[in-house]
Design a protein around this ligand. Sequence first.
Ligand code: SF4
Length: 404
Amino acid sequence: MAKAPRGERLIISIVGRRNTGKSSLINALVGQAIAIVSEEAGTTTDAVAKSYELLPLGPVTLYDTAGIDDRGELGDKRVKATERVLFRSDIVVMVIDETGITPKDQEILELLETLKIPLLVVFNKSDLAEVKPKDIKYCVDQGWPWQNVSTAKSSGIKELKDKLAHLAPLEYRQDRVLAGDLIKAGDVVLLIAPIDSAAPKGRLILPQVQILREILDNDAVGMIVKEREIEAALAGLAKLPDLVITDSQVVLKVDGDIPAEVPMTTFSILFARYKGDLDVLLDGVKKIDELADGDKILIAENCSHNVQCDDIGRVKIPRWLLQYTGRKLDFEVSTGHDFPEDLENYALILHCGGCMIGQTEMQRRIREAERRGVPITNYGLTISKLQGVLARTVKPLGYEISER
Ligand code: SF4
């Protein structure tokens, strides 16, 4: 079986006080001994990641975390490492032992609640003691699903897996469309795709291909032109297009060329909705109007050495942003799967389109930024905002916003 890319795997973190049986719970879940199990408290020193195919969930990464109640200098480091893992987790399993929910457990549960991570409470070692009714009531009152499990007797494991599957984020369970919901049968959809030196040789890029397919699936008519042929395209049509979708880089020209009554959006805004959370990214783009001198901006790219993104993210957007805000801003670039450790020091994250990563990873990065309290938006929304066309480009998606 092909290995799922790292970003596409569901990340489940197992947390709890020391010696509640976290490692043996993982072993019971995956049916093999991969985590160190010891009767001595605090054996698992760092968050240990292991990847599995875990039915009915599919590919998952399980993090066996250090005891979150650890003490001492080394313990503090372990707790910090655990928190970093939590920021990017899709689901957290909180393991409680036969003593029931202690005040320390309550503290951890409250912390997890503030991180807004889907949470499942596991009452482990149920062979040693029944789950206390007051603990069940506490979980029910908080709206947390729970499961009693005995890793020693392998009971409750199937039920636990089913509950985990229900907690998986929506993007694992739902097929989304890029533009299909905006297109009716018989519509004419005009796509604008500049073919410059940065365009790949001999082919269209994925969002263009995907939208052309959705046009066909909806029995609509698709037409694709470069920005220089817009006039010729409009002249050749018997009516105005029902929808125009353009590359962000030429959005200002297209805004001028396409009559104002025609709904218009960009490939990257559609992609942001498809892959990410457009509400959060739109909130993030508003932050541009509040930037102050000295603010640090993180340019976050998923891969390095992409000529087109290098130019947009490192040259054009910083230049436009400085002109638009009139502020002295510091720009730093990060590439790869992980945000910098000091993410909280940034005023805003400007994320690339994420064309090389799936929905799951993009959503996870947005959630991590949210949990760490840092506004996040993406290149496409930023370009529309800086060019003064954001209100028009998000309107077809049902958003009414006002420009500065
Ligand atoms: S993931 Fe796509 S948009 Fe992001 S840096 Fe790589 S090529 Fe550019």
